[in-house]
Ligand binder design. Sequence first.
Ligand SMILES: [Mg+2]
Length: 234
Amino acid sequence: MTTDHVPLDDPEVLHHILATTDALLLDFDGPVCAIFANLPAQHVADQLREVLAGGGHRELPAEVEKTEDPFEILTYAATLSSKDARYIESALQAHEVEAAATAPPTPGAHDLIKAWHATGRRLAIVSNNSRAAVNTYLHRHDLMPLVLTVSARTQSDFELLKPNPYLVRQAATILKSPPWKCTLIGDSVTDIEAAQAAQTHTIGYANKTSKVSSLTTAGSDVVVTNMANVLRAI
Ligand SMILES: [Mg+2]
């Protein structure tokens, strides 16, 4: 897809996409909340490295040794053994659930979920974070009744995370909606890649200025800098 003409905060484009959308798919960390705002990802990454060390893996590749991204450690653990991967996934899940208990909402996100539900259309969360963490957050904010399904990481499918289209397709299937009637809102290039592979529409949410160019280059159908802009376009 050419990236020359990706609209930015364009209300007409947003309205057109949403008017032809039956099912809205929301990435969790970014479009809904900032999961690691009060329990920094760097701290979680350090904790996961300790779990690896406890399993005898003290000599780590340089990039695994210094990464602040817990998911890079999960990916590395999967190259060691299924047992190591399970330990790291479980530890990451525990930290995510703790983080979800204090994660601040993204401005406009809860109003968007409520407004979408009020139109009678379906909504899912599609997340590389653990299902337990997403459920913790939704319960905490009484959003569970508004979300038809949570398609998120579990112990058995953590090798199928976005950019793999598996979680997106799973959500569309459960929502009984063909992909071309679904729109995914995500703040990472991997969200856009997963949605494109699943053939849904895409809205890139640039919650940092630097993401405008990365989400544009990824070929999002439209990029927004504020979730309230999506809300206004319903
Ligand atoms: Mg995200």
